[in-house]
Design a protein around this ligand. Structure first.
Ligand code: AR6
Length: 177
């Protein structure tokens, strides 16, 4: 566990669908209608009520986020964030990825949620270089804590050892355990 200005930051290696937090964040696409990777896992574990709510929402622009309940999962809500497809780095990908994290936290605050778990958005099917994506994720979370506050616990839930090690190195270099 790490702390940043009284906010607890946790690194977890594993499956985000098992997290008992106020909100888990999904790495969704513009349609919000499901897909592979963490999106597929969330819809499978949560059940059909999530898709029903997503259909009513009707999509989400890249860099933004939308909220549904979490169906059968132990969390209360799913925040569906849409990260960018990585196309070489000159298509505003960094700002869009940053916004996906920041807007997820804003939505959590609007709903008065205190604990949130993020996957490594865009680093799977969307091909974002993991090191840069890790830097952006941590920066967005810290900026949000600096500027907005309201959140109490942030979990970074990493599926693979490579992302886990990257986050660990990055957090160790920035924060005290
Ligand atoms: N828990 C936590 N992390 C996971 C899980 C899980 N259960 N499953 C995969 N990951 P990806 P993207 C990690 O591809 O790159 C979908 O089809 C995975 O190892 O899920 O944002 C959507 O519908 C990787 O590190 O999301 C979109 O079309 C990270 O989650 C598209 O993929 C993100 O990988 C979004 O692509």
């Amino acid at each position: 566990m790490y702390t940043y200005k009284d906010v607890k930051l946790y690194l977890v290696q594993g499956d985000i669908t098992t997290m008992a937090v106020d909100a888990i964040v999904n790495a969704a696409n513009n349609t919000l209608l499901g897909g592979g990777g963490v999106d597929g896992a969330i819809h499978r574990a949560g059940g059909p009520t999530i898709l029903e709510q997503c259909k009513k929402i009707g999509g989400c622009p890249t860099g933004e986020a939308r909220i549904t309940t979490a169906g059968n999962m132990p969390s209360k809500y799913v925040i569906h964030a849409v990260g960018p497809v990585y196309k070489g780095g000159n298509k505003n990908e960094d700002k869009l990825l940053y916004s996906a994290y920041y807007n997820s936290l804003k939505l959590a605050k609007e709903y008065n949620l205190k604990t949130i778990a993020f996957p490594a958005i865009s680093t799977g099917a969307y091909g974002y270089p993991k090191d840069e994506a890790c830097h952006i994720a941590i920066k967005a979370v810290m900026d949000f804590i600096d500027k907005e506050g309201g959140i109490e616990e942030v979990y970074f839930v990493l599926f693979g050892q490579d992302n886990y090690t990257l986050y660990e190195e990055k957090l160790n270099s920035k924060l005290n355990k």
